[in-house]
Write a protein that binds this ligand. Structure first.
Ligand SMILES: *[C@@H]1O[C@H](CO)[C@@H](O)[C@H](O)[C@H]1NC(C)=O
Ligand SMILES: *[C@@H]1O[C@H](CO)[C@@H](O)[C@H](O)[C@H]1NC(C)=O
Ligand SMILES: *[C@@H]1O[C@H](CO)[C@@H](O)[C@H](O)[C@H]1NC(C)=O
Length: 456
């Protein structure tokens, strides 16, 4: 009898004692602060995350843990980070930048209300970002710029504030190639747009055409932006020459223009705006000049190009942007140029970091476009390199970039997405496809109403 109870005790002890050694390969390895023993961590307020490997990819599962942020001791080399159902409120710049391998990031069902501009910096491999069921009102194109590989973005069930600050995000989501980004997200404000989808709401309604003044106010007077677009642009017809022969052409070379004139003639085929002092291209600058085939913006001071700057230039064949101050092209800026053949990019201080990837990506997918002058100016280590070669070495470092295995076991639509919520059939297909592409632990993640706790 005594022997039996000793044996039982031993057995009990043996089963409670954590087995080391073989844990590493198993699902469910706990991650706890280095140097702390189990005794110290049992009573910690936030239970440890689970780390496991599935299909050769590392998951860190930190769901349901009352977390308010990323913890120092988490390993850097994970592929998937699951942070759903926590208490995160703000995502600060570079929150995730040390997780360089991250492919998916699940932040759903937190209390996120603020995203700093660099919140997702460094996530150059991220393809899936889940932000649904949060409290986000504002986000912009800038948030997505560090994510050149993003394919799936969920934004629904957030109280989107569809005003001017959201405009760049709305425009980005509406680009044809971004069909899996932001499905079902809806405006909560203003009242007249409430319920409209970010993917289909008209950007002009989100931000009625109040162009921000580009020129600085003179001698400190008048420091507030004027609310109405009554700025006087120079009169193109007085300033520039328009030739009708041999082809309709506008010659505005060297006229000290600081902006693109607003009264551009509509029937022009060639437009020469070279050798001026234009610094910005705003959305839809050329939308009236739909016949344009050649646009010359060479030798200006262009530093910024808005995503929709070339909207409407369906027939443009040649674009000369040489001798400007461009560092990179914002994500999406070339999507409107269906018939482009030639792109002159020389004499610009191109910066070879992740922002330049969009341009190379686009060029790779448009082999009919010949381009020239794409050479890194910064950083020092890549100075003089062809940008293309820089991107090649960059990608060479990460050869593992395979497609996900599609699963079959669920359609995984969110509980909240009732039939009434569903959009067009096309959207629905996109949604289902998207679900199939998600790694299994990210699929079918429904808001939990209650937990079943088995007591045994
Ligand atoms: C654009 O203008 C510059 C300066 O006037 C000129 O040298 C260049 O050849 C023009 N580009 C095209 C494509 O016509
Ligand atoms: C480049 O532009 C600057 C003015 O922005 C001008 O002075 C210079 O001559 C241009 N260079 C070439 C090669 O056109
Ligand atoms: C989503 O579901 C939750 C819980 O079922 C509910 O409280 C919330 O109102 C729903 N949101 C939408 C947009 O339907």
């Amino acid at each position: 009898m005594r022997l039996l109870s000793v044996l039982l005790l031993l057995l009990l002890f043996w089963s409670v004692e954590p087995r080391k050694g073989d844990r590493r390969r198993d699902r469910g390895r706990s991650v706890r602060p280095r140097g702390k023993g189990r005794a110290n961590t049992v009573k910690r307020q936030t239970p440890d995350c689970k780390e496991y490997t599935e299909a050769g990819e590392k998951f860190l599962d930190c769901q349901d843990r009352q977390l308010t942020g990323v913890q120092q001791h988490w390993p850097d080399d994970i592929d998937h980070l699951l942070l759903g159902r926590n208490k995160i409120q703000v995502l600060r710049d570079n929150t995730f930048s040390r997780f360089k391998n991250l492919i998916s990031l699940d932040l759903q069902q937190n209390q996120i209300s603020r995203l700093e501009e660099g919140a997702f910096s460094g996530l150059t491999r991220l393809t899936i970002l889940l932000l649904q069921h949060n409290n986000i009102k504002i986000a912009s194109e800038e948030h997505l710029l560090p994510l050149p590989r993003l394919q799936h973005l969920r934004l629904y069930d957030n109280p989107w504030d569809c005003g001017c600050r959201l405009e760049s995000l709305v425009r980005t989501l509406q680009l044809p190639r971004n069909r899996n980004l932001g499905n079902y997200a809806k405006c909560s404000w203003p009242v007249n747009l409430r319920g409209q989808k970010l993917r289909t709401v008209r950007a002009e309604e989100v931000c009625p055409d109040v162009r921000p003044p580009i020129q600085r106010p003179q001698n400190g007077q008048d420091t507030l932006p004027r609310p109405t677009p009554t700025k006087k642009h120079p009169d193109v017809n007085a300033l520039c020459h328009t030739y009708m022969f041999p082809k309709p052409m506008l010659d505005c070379r060297g006229k000290e223009l600081k902006n693109i004139p607003s009264d551009l003639p509509s029937d022009i085929v060639k437009m020469d705006l070279s050798s001026n002092s234009i610094t910005h291209l705003r959305p839809k600058e050329f939308v009236a000049s739909r016949d344009l085939k050649l646009l010359n913006l060479s030798s200006n001071s262009l530093g910024q190009i808005a995503t929709a700057a070339f909207a409407g230039l369906l027939y443009l064949q040649e674009l000369d942007l040489s001798n400007n101050s461009l560092h990179y092209f914002p994500y999406g800026v070339l999507e409107d140029l269906y018939f482009l053949r030639k792109l002159n990019l020389g004499e610009n201080p191109w910066i070879c970091d992740y922002n330049i990837h969009y341009l190379i990506y686009w060029l790779k997918h448009h082999p009919g476009v010949s381009y020239s002058g794409l050479v890194c100016k910064q950083p020092q280590e890549f100075r003089g390199w062809l940008v293309e070669n820089y991107v090649k070495t960059y990608n060479g470092e990460c050869p593992k970039d395979k497609e996900r295995q599609p699963g079959r076991d669920d359609t995984g639509l969110d509980q909240n997405e009732t039939d009434a919520e569903m959009g067009t059939p096309q959207e629905l297909v996109a949604q289902v496809e998207e679900e199939v592409f998600l790694p299994r632990p990210l699929r079918d993640r429904r808001p939990k109403k209650y937990d079943v706790i088995r007591l045994s």
